[in-house]
Every structure is written in structure tokens, then in C-alpha cells.
Ligand binder design. Structure first.
Ligand code: TMP
Length: 246
């Protein structure tokens, strides 16, 4: 790991669970993981002490795994317990969801029982717009909104498919089923599309392979206490085999 000190400059934006700062390099940013946890588009919220530390560590592990698998991400390196150095990107205001098992909003939308296997993973896009409550849209809406081109969408779907294959297999070997997950993408200074944001139990549904226990933010959505939520996040971290010196 590089020992070069990274200097945090100005805050560029603050989201529900992270803050983004400029660094001394105009093409790199520092991402800080907070302890906040939210659901229902921010209507339900709480603070879980040290959750940000776990999500920073889990995302670091997963983005390293993806970088090593040839998938381009914004992640450069972990700086400390709560912070990562990342390439600066222009983020698309879209959330890309991949589903391997029926759950969550898909189960409600299609009136299907949770737990059904989806043989050909379903890709969905949601338009990030708080006023509209992040509606589900399709490719044509996204292009009409001038957010993205058909070519970029097609490139992202290929990347998403690779990410899903790498993560599904890696997690299955750790006795975790990757039910569904959300990704965000952006373009760097060279117009390269990079996976951005985070991949953690906040943004995935992860079920224990044997017991089907939920090891993710559904624990919060279901109203469980802080300790129980931390327990399952720590369980994910433990199974990923992360050493604290990562
Ligand atoms: P959904 O079933 O509620 O649509 O969620 C699908 C997946 O996307 C699930 O793993 C949780 C994740 N997700 C986020 O990370 N952020 C969000 O704002 C939403 C709606 C879902």
C-alpha cells in the first residue's frame, strides 16, 4: 500500500451514507463512509455506530476483487478506516439493479413469492430523482432524458453481467447467495465507464446459503435492532476473509 499522504480538501457533496471530498489531484476524490442507514428513500433513518467502517472495508474488498478480475472501477485504494481514494467520475443519475432471485420491489411489482430463482438475471434501471422517488424506467426513458446513450447502456449491461458472474461465484463459495444488488456508474476524464459508488450489505441482498438468513440491510428494513444489523454486516466481512490490514 502506498504511504503517500492524501489531503482532503473541500467537500464536494454529501449523500445519505457518504461524503465526497476533493483531493490535491483534480482527477481523484476521497470518499468518506458515514454510519447513517436509510430506507424508503430516506424516510426511515438511523445511525449505526461503525457501520461506515464495515462498509468501507467490504466495498474495498469487493472493488479490489473486481479490479483484479479486469472490471474497471473508480476505486484506487483504501486510505483509512472510513475513507477511500477514487477516480473522479461524472456519475449517471441511474441505479442499475441486477436480480438473481425474486425479492424486494420485484416481488411486490409482479406479485411473485420471494425466493424464486431467476434463470436469466433481470436488469433494471431506476432514475435517481428524490422528487419522483427514484422511479423504475427503461432504456428508452433514460435516453429520452438525455442521461445516457444506447451504446453506453449496452456497454454497462455487459459490465454488469461480468460483475454479477464474478460476485455470484465468489460469494457462493463463501456460502452466500447474491439475491440482488445495485450499482452506479460514471465516466472518468478519459470518458471511460467505471463502476462507482459502493457494493456492500447496504446495496445488496445477501442470503445465507443454508439457512436463507438475510445478511444485509433488509435487517434494518424489517426493523431489527442496531446490534443485529451490525452482526450480519460483520458476518459478511468475516466470510469475505478480510484481514484488518487491507
Ligand atoms: P428493491 O428490491 O428495493 O428494488 O432493491 C433491489 C436491490 O437494490 C437491493 O439489493 C437493494 C438495492 N437498492 C439500493 O442499494 N438502493 C436503493 O435506493 C434501492 C431502491 C435499492
Amino acid at each position: 500500500m502506498s504511504l503517500k499522504k492524501t489531503i482532503k480538501k473541500n467537500i464536494l457533496l454529501e449523500g445519505k451514507t457518504k461524503k465526497v471530498y476533493s483531493s490535491e489531484n483534480p482527477f481523484e476524490v476521497i470518499i468518506h463512509y458515514k454510519d447513517d442507514i436509510t430506507s424508503l428513500n430516506g424516510l426511515k433513518r438511523n445511525v449505526i455506530p461503525d457501520k461506515g467502517i464495515l462498509n468501507n472495508e467490504i466495498t474495498t474488498f469487493i472493488f479490489n476483487l473486481l479490479n483484479n478480475s479486469g472490471i474497471k472501477t473508480h476505486f484506487i485504494r483504501k486510505i483509512n478506516n472510513r475513507e477511500q481514494l477514487c477516480h473522479k467520475v461524472n456519475i449517471y443519475p441511474l441505479e442499475f439493479v441486477v436480480r438473481n432471485i425474486v425479492s424486494g420491489s420485484l416481488s411486490k411489482r409482479l406479485g411473485m413469492k420471494e425466493g424464486m430463482r431467476i434463470s436469466n438475471p433481470i436488469f433494471e434501471i431506476f432514475y435517481k430523482n428524490d422528487n419522483l422517488k427514484d422511479p423504475l424506467i427503461n432504456d428508452h426513458h433514460a435516453v429520452f432524458l438525455q442521461i445516457i446513450s444506447y451504446k453506453e447502456l449496452s456497454d454497462i449491461y455487459k459490465i454488469i453481467s461480468n460483475i454479477n458472474n464474478v460476485l455470484k461465484k465468489y460469494l457462493f463459495d463463501k456460502n452466500i447467495i447474491l439475491v440482488d444488488f445495485k450499482m452506479e456508474f460514471g465516466k472518468d476524464k478519459k470518458n471511460q465507464i467505471l463502476l462507482s459508488d459502493e457494493i456492500s450489505p447496504d446495496t445488496c441482498r445477501l442470503w445465507d446459503k443454508k439457512t436463507m438468513k438475510k445478511l444485509d440491510k433488509d435487517q434494518f428494513r424489517m426493523g431489527f435492532k442496531e446490534e443485529k444489523i451490525m452482526d450480519v454486516y460483520m458476518e459478511v466481512l468475516k466470510r469475505l476473509n478480510i484481514s484488518s490490514s487491507n
